[in-house]
Write a protein that binds this ligand. Structure first.
Ligand code: NAP
Length: 251
């Protein structure tokens, strides 16, 4: 099955590192053009952009935007829509954070920060593209959820709640916009080897490997493969679904 995204322009939030970076790279490899964002990681994202432009000249663009900020999200989309890469075909809501703590010691600031970034960020960006996508009548939104939003996780009351809400939001948007040929799907990764996981100590990482039936964490490229499939026309009859990619963790 060949995935061809030629002439399709995607916006990937948080594309400068981790899972988002792999998504950007694989979308470009499939022929798409990609606008991607960073928030604090300017240097890393700029370096990545330079590498990309050598391999895919004229096909990638980088923007700074904080997904927590509705005005910034609106301005980002309107700037991208006018850019030389053309109008958007798809949005990948990837940007996300964790601020883990047992519920007893989780502060309201930790709760709000994760809500604002993961859930409100997904809402703001989806809202910012929706009019254009309704007009286009051929578009995709992919939301990055997590297995923590499916089964809960100790220490992640805030994070899991946002990721569960994203699954619900995915279903509602899929139902409301199916008539406009907009497919909205989510992916729910388990443990993926990124900086988010790198914060853990080696002993905890080994424990996690043992919990996973496949005895290893996933790679960012494996998540990106799934996202790229959902971005492609090969998935045109799929909408409102959440695809777990976790090496069997939640079985
Ligand atoms: P990561 O390496 O920590 O990267 C997070 C990305 O989100 C960065 O690019 C960061 O940009 C961006 N970001 C954070 N806050 C932002 C904000 N306010 N505005 C704009 N961008 C912001 O994380 P990751 O592991 O790749 O995670 C990517 C997505 O996958 C997240 O939604 C996460 O919840 C989900 N996920 C990850 C795992 C895992 O095991 N890693 C598992 C399940 C789900 P800057 O660096 O520029 O600030």
């Amino acid at each position: 099955m060949l995935i061809d995204l030629t002439d399709k322009h995607f916006l990937v939030t948080g594309g400068g590192r981790g899972i988002g970076k792999a998504i950007v790279l694989q979308l470009l490899s499939a022929g798409a053009s990609v606008s991607f964002t960073y928030n604090y990681g300017k240097e890393t994202a700029m370096f990545f952009l330079q590498e990309l432009l050598q391999q895919f000249p004229g096909k990638a663009a980088l923007y700074q935007a904080d997904v927590k900020d509705e005005e910034q999200s609106k301005a980002l989309v309107s700037e991208i829509e006018k850019s030389p890469l053309g109008s958007l075909y798809g949005l990948v809501n990837n940007a996300g954070i964790t601020a883990d703590a047992p519920f007893f010691s989780m502060t309201t600031a930790m709760w709000k920060d994760v809500m604002d970034t993961n859930l409100n960020g997904t809402y703001f960006l989806s809202k910012a593209v929706i009019k254009a996508f309704i007009r286009k009548k051929n578009s995709k939104i992919i939301n990055v959820s997590s297995v923590s939003g499916i089964r809960g996780a100790v220490g992640q009351a805030n994070y899991g709640a946002t990721k569960a809400a994203i699954i619900s939001l995915t279903k509602t948007l899929a139902m409301e916009f199916a008539k406009f040929n907009l497919q909205v799907n989510a992916v729910a990764p388990g443990f993926i080897d990124t900086e988010m996981v790198a914060k853990m100590n080696e002993q905890d990482k080994k424990k996690i490997d043992q919990m996973i039936p496949m005895k290893r964490m996933g790679t960012t490229a494996e998540v990106a493969n799934l996202v790229v499939f959902l971005c492609s026309e090969n998935s045109n009859y799929i909408t409102g679904q959440t695809f777990v990619i976790d090496g069997g963790l939640t079985l």
